[in-house]
Design a binder for this molecule. Structure first.
Ligand SMILES: *[C@@H]1O[C@H](CO)[C@@H](O)[C@H](O)[C@H]1NC(C)=O
Ligand SMILES: *[C@@H]1O[C@H](CO)[C@@H](O)[C@H](O)[C@H]1NC(C)=O
Ligand SMILES: *[C@@H]1O[C@H](CO)[C@@H](O)[C@H](O)[C@H]1NC(C)=O
Length: 504
């Protein structure tokens, strides 16, 4: 009952009303929200100041600079730890309704545990939140955007089941300290990415144990998410009246032909990459997607393991995780073509072999400055429709969408990307009736793009990494996005830029 009310309130406050489509302009409803996003390690810097603890990204980039494309790290990044007021000025200039940022766990809890709460960490986020509210910008807070305290990684990090409790302890500190002023919370950003790339691949902490650690990570992240949702319901919801969700990343998986085999392969890919986290949270039955359970159980058996490499939830855990969201954060960037893999009987345990599909991208799709990111706006509409149809049309907030390009202030390709993806989003909302309450561009600023360092720029504002003050300068796309955020409509006066060809 209570949840029903919350969701209704959320829908009323943060949802579209009727689209006002005129002949000349494509507009989103009056209550549709626009925002921009960042993440703590990617922008803050101040990695070792005022009591902050070390994170896995501090350790990894310091120990393995050679693994980062430009051998760089986030020690200083955009220096937002000192320059957050400048960031808020930019947000004000953009006219956005909300700002999605993340809190650094080791800045709040240097030991990872609640035995030592860092006063300066609390001070920093209080200052940021207050500055946002003074400027009428709603804070949307991600609790975990990949910078795990290093000390917890030494206990196995997300592969250790006890992490679920430590994460809930950390969340309690955040609700206590900030929950009076933060109404929108995301527990995790992109568990698919940080479990697959961090524990099954080369991102920090560099687990490289695909087929094992990635599944353990996913399992404990889902358990941790369920616990935090329960915690909020039990101890905070009545007083704070906020909303708690999780951000899942979805790349659209399109069958390479209309054949049944290709369609089945594409659906398997969707279930492995998105259903892995969405099925336990968003479906009535809960638990992992049946196709994932089946394939990993069968492969594990054939590979002579005593038990499945995909862990089992208890029935209490299935119940707790099921329905643990007030809104769903959705990150989307690009699309892949899918066909069946040729490793059906592979003896090598890995996520890829368990999923058993081949993915590719079309040569004619416009490129970005990231190898994986091609411009395919129709994939966004398809992804939103698939989520609507598969998970009973949940309330979605698009928490990331964006493109990397070479440095430079004249970025018509970014204008074109945003225009194309917002048109696809408009169709998904107003033609297909997907429930989407807002859109977040990634990112406000250029920032430390993980293993790609500072080589890939996603910002509406360019950051000069040669200048000690990390000078921020608006790109063409910043004024374009301001026109959208302040009017709710795609502006006509950028039409020349929008029609600019995207090919390299
Ligand atoms: C913090 O890190 C910087 C390098 O980014 C180093 O020069 C400085 O000495 C460190 N400060 C402390 C207090 O460890
Ligand atoms: C197939 O398996 C081989 C090793 O058995 C591996 O090198 C290759 O990456 C796998 N291919 C796919 C598509 O999973
Ligand atoms: C991105 O741009 C940088 C130069 O700014 C270049 O070194 C890098 O190779 C580019 N990456 C891709 C995938 O195009």
């Amino acid at each position: 009952m209570k949840l029903q009310i919350i969701v209704t309130i959320l829908t009323v406050i943060w949802s579209r009303t009727n689209a006002s489509i005129t002949n000349t302009k494509l507009c989103f409803g009056e209550n549709f929200r626009f925002g921009v996003a960042t993440a703590s390690y990617q922008i803050e810097g101040g990695w070792n100041v005022s009591g902050k603890g070390e994170s896995i990204w501090d350790r990894y980039t310091h120990e393995h600079p050679e693994r980062v494309f430009d051998h760089n790290n986030g020690d200083v990044a955009d220096d937002s730890y000192q320059r957050y007021k400048e960031d808020v000025k930019l947000l004000k200039e953009l006219g956005v309704n909300f700002y999605r940022f993340s809190i650094s766990w080791p800045r709040i809890l240097p030991t990872g545990f609640i035995n030592d709460v860092n006063k300066d960490g609390i001070r920093y986020y209080n200052d940021l939140i207050d500055e946002l509210r003074r400027n009428d910008i709603e804070p949307l807070v991600t609790m975990y955007h990949w910078d795990l305290p290093q000390i917890l990684q030494e206990l196995g990090g997300w592969t250790n089941p006890v992490m679920a409790d430590y994460f809930a302890d950390y969340a309690k500190v955040l609700f206590n300290e900030f929950g009076d002023r933060v109404q929108f919370w995301l527990t995790f950003n992109e568990p698919l990415s940080f479990c697959q790339d961090g524990y099954g691949g080369n991102d920090a902490p560099g687990g490289q144990a695909s087929g094992f650690e990635d599944y353990m990570c996913g399992h404990n992240v889902l358990r941790a998410h369920g616990k935090v949702y329960t915690l909020y319901n039990k101890e905070y919801r009545d007083q704070q009246q906020g909303s708690v969700g999780i951000t899942l990343d979805i790349a659209w998986m399109e069958p390479i032909t209309t054949s049944q085999e290709d369609q089945d392969a594409a659906e398997t890919a969707r279930q492995f990459t998105y259903g892995w986290f969405a099925h336990p949270i968003l479906t009535d039955e809960g638990d992992y997607p049946p196709i994932m359970r089946k394939r990993i159980d069968e492969n594990s058996k054939r590979q002579n393991f005593a038990r499945s490499r995909l862990p089992q939830f208890t029935s209490e855990e299935i119940q707790e995780i099921k329905g643990s969201f007030d809104f769903l954060g959705l990150n989307h960037y690009t699309t892949f073509m899918v066909s069946p893999g040729d490793n059906k009987t592979s003896t090598v345990p890995s996520f890829q072999n368990d999923m058993g599909v081949k993915t590719s991208q079309k040569a004619e799709w416009p490129k970005s400055n990231s190898t994986w990111l091609k411009v395919v706006p129709w994939g966004f509409r398809k992804a939103l429709n698939w989520v609507k149809n598969t998970y009973n049309n949940p309330n979605i907030l698009v928490t990331e969408n964006g493109i990397s390009l070479h440095p430079g202030l004249h970025d018509p390709k970014r204008v074109n990307y945003i225009d194309g993806y917002l048109r696809a989003l408009h169709d998904a909302i107003y033609k297909d009736k997907c429930r989407v309450i807002g859109y977040t561009y990634w990112s406000l600023l250029d920032n430390f793009e993980w293993m790609r360092g500072y080589s890939e720029r996603f910002g509406l504002y360019e950051v000069d990494y040669e200048s000690p003050s990390r000078t921020r300068t608006p790109r063409l796309s910043a004024s374009y996005f301001r026109a959208i955020a302040t009017t709710g409509c795609l502006p006509n006066d950028y039409i020349n830029y929008v029609e600019y060809t995207l090919t390299d």
